[in-house]
Design a protein. Structure first.
Length: 644
């Protein structure tokens, strides 16, 4: 009886003696609380007084020790950190970052073992681990992370299910190309394999939470989000079968060593989600740019003409088309080495240079991780052939590469991404990834990184009518999720009525021409290869072609105006002194909204691109009234654009 009483007393005292630390963002709107109650580190997150994450687990397990329990928080150091940086290829060119950094020190058995480093800005929470050296042990394998996110009751989800490895086309999955589920309750685990980042949650009427990660490089693996049931989600490592079984699921790190950042963007509305720059705020460039890289607009024949379009004459025609549009590049897709050849590619490059146009070339990433047959193959997975190929590209005047069909998220594949980027920078090449993972802060980490696909992109509009029918719905998802955290190479904004070379056969586009203009602004990527075709110079409306000739691809500012994932979105982007306010509507009914646009001066003359009920677009001049308010009407599958 006495022993039982003593146990109860010690247990109660343990609760009373639990260390707790609370810290807030610079403006006080976001608060994090960390505790070590019962020896298990946990944290909570609130925004403007509303709890958005309840007591959520911290810690990790290594092959050296279990750093999830029997821990005590010995101290917590707090300071303010600031950063000011310029980045031309993200949603906001000039960023002034300010956050409170709190380093929570944890010990086990009286010895320091783990630091949890928090950053709290006015719209974001992020944390990472510093695994401390233990005795003479200087390295470890991280077996699992306890890193979790416990949502309040009534939370709903907006998520992209992770696919099983070695499935899909030529056993190329996972490649972050599955359809989103919207407005679903918590407690599900996708198709059994969790979800790909980023992941969006609506916490009843209290606010929104976007989960992701940043700073992932060859020193760690990329992660996914798992749910074991209920409202607790946690970080999960890649699947064993990824990369055809090659490589370890568990990352190996030195000690002391740092993990990537887990990011939590919060807001009472969706503005913080859409406008966040947290993927870039927390990282630094890993090397200097070897040159001033040229971003901009381009064309590519494959999205309309598929593989048969990869021939010398058609690519020359697309170079002429790019020049007529004032575009900076043409992307030559798969099989160019076989159908055109290296010598004639060099001829095309020289011809393109006379027109002020640069070339991007497609490559297969593959070594042994899938069965994709597209060529060139076997050139990007090993350093010697890769650097030989890149030297030829530099000597030929190639501007960049698009590398496709990667194998998964294991640490060995993260190293391949990093190696390709670093080598490409040595030879002055921009890099676009397809069939790939999500970019995680890469725009700032790797100065020659341009964009990634990591989404059900425009090729699916060619492959199936179902994708065309769902185009507006998907366009109303990406600004809230995929495109919030990194540049998205979608390859859209088609003005053809049909996805076919003759513009008379193939899948039928159900969205309007104004919708196509709006998505050219809505989807952010510093390099955009639009799904336009040479015939559009004569068969598309002149006002649409004129707009597509002028639309920029780099932005100085973004502002969320209104919207809901999968239903509609209205946002504004600024390039220099010009604002573009764009919106699209996925229905089910026509959308009518009165919006206030203070970025336009009272009385200013503006251009309004709008659709009628039959999705017939037109452009007219309007004036900004004294209240700076506009009533816009967007039909289902339609769009709107207002620009000064």
């Amino acid at each position: 009886m006495k022993k039982a009483l003593l146990f109860i007393i010690f247990a109660v005292c343990g609760q009373l003696w639990a260390a707790e630390k609370q810290f807030s963002s610079p403006d006080g709107s976001v608060t994090v609380s960390v505790t070590d109650a019962d020896g298990k580190p946990t944290y909570t997150v609130s925004c403007q007084g509303a709890v958005l994450l309840e007591s959520s687990p911290l810690g990790l397990k290594t092959n050296v020790s279990d750093l999830t329990g029997d821990l005590s928080m010995t101290s917590c150091d707090e300071q303010t950190v600031t950063d000011r940086y310029t980045l031309r290829n993200i949603k906001q060119s000039q960023v002034d970052y300010q956050a409170v950094e709190a380093v929570c020190h944890f010990a086990k058995g009286g010895k320091p073992v783990l630091d949890v480093i928090f950053r709290v800005s006015n719209r974001d929470v992020a944390y990472r681990y510093r695994i401390l050296q233990q005795k003479e042990t200087r390295s470890c394998s991280v077996l699992a992370e306890a890193s979790g996110f416990l949502f309040p009751e009534g939370t709903t989800t907006f998520l992209c299910p992770q696919s099983k490895p070695m499935g899909g086309f030529a056993r190329t999955s996972p490649s972050y190309e599955t359809p989103y589920t919207l407005d679903e309750p918590v407690g599900r685990n996708g198709w059994g394999e969790g979800y790909t980042f980023p992941c969006l949650f609506r916490v009843a009427d209290s606010g929104w939470v976007l989960l992701s990660e940043t700073g992932v490089d060859g020193d760690y693996c990329a992660s996914r989000l798992l749910c074991d049931g209920g409202s607790l989600y946690h970080v999960g490592f890649p699947q064993q079968g990824e990369c055809n079984g090659s490589g370890s699921v568990e990352p190996q790190v030195p000690m002391p060593g740092l993990t990537p950042w887990r990011t939590i963007t919060v807001g009472r509305d969706l503005a913080n989600i859409v406008e966040t720059t947290v993927p870039f705020d927390l990282v630094q460039p890993k090397y200097k740019a070897s040159q001033e890289y040229v971003y901009g607009r381009g064309t590519w024949s494959w999205i309309i003409g598929m593989d048969p379009s990869c021939n010398y004459d058609e690519q020359r025609r697309y170079i002429d088309f790019a020049a007529a549009m004032g575009y900076e590049s043409v992307l030559i897709d798969a099989f160019w080495d076989r159908e055109i050849g290296y010598e004639r590619i060099a001829q095309l490059a020289r011809y393109a240079q006379t027109k002020g146009v640069g070339l991007f070339l497609w490559y297969n990433s593959n070594g042994s991780w899938n069965d994709a047959p597209q060529t060139p193959i076997g050139r990007m997975h090993r350093p010697i052939p890769r650097r030989q190929e890149m030297q030829w590209m530099r000597d030929t005047g190639i501007r960049g590469i698009k590398v496709d069909f990667f194998g998964g998220d294991k640490q060995n594949m993260m190293r391949l991404y990093e190696d390709i980027l670093a080598d490409a920078n040595d030879y002055g090449l921009l890099v676009i990834f397809h069939g790939c993972t999500l970019p995680r802060g890469w725009e700032r980490m790797y100065p020659n990184y341009a964009a990634s696909e990591a989404v059900l992109a425009s090729e699916n509009l060619h492959f199936g009518q179902g994708a065309c029918d769902a185009e507006a719905r998907n366009a109303c998802i990406h600004p809230f999720m995929r495109n919030t955290v990194g540049s998205m190479d979608f390859g859209g904004s088609a003005l053809n009525k049909y996805y076919g070379a003759d513009n008379q056969h193939g899948t039928r586009r159900v969205t309007s021409d104004v919708f196509a203009l709006a998505t050219a602004v809505l989807f952010q990527s510093a390099v955009q290869h639009f799904a336009l075709a040479p015939n559009n110079l004569t068969d598309a409306p002149a006002w649409a072609i004129d707009f597509m000739k002028r639309v920029p691809t780099t932005w100085d500012e973004v502002r969320f105006i209104d919207g809901y994932p999968g239903r509609y979105v209205i946002l504004a982007r600024r390039h220099a002194g010009q604002w573009y306010v764009v919106g699209v509507n996925a229905g089910p009914e026509p959308l009518k909204k009165t919006i206030t646009l203070p970025m336009f001066e009272r009385g200013a003359s503006l251009q309004l691109y709008a659709d009628d009920a039959q999705l017939q677009g037109s452009v007219k001049t309007i004036r900004c009234n004294k209240k700076q308010q506009f009533t816009i009407a967007i039909p289902v599958n339609g769009g709107v654009v207002i620009t000064n």
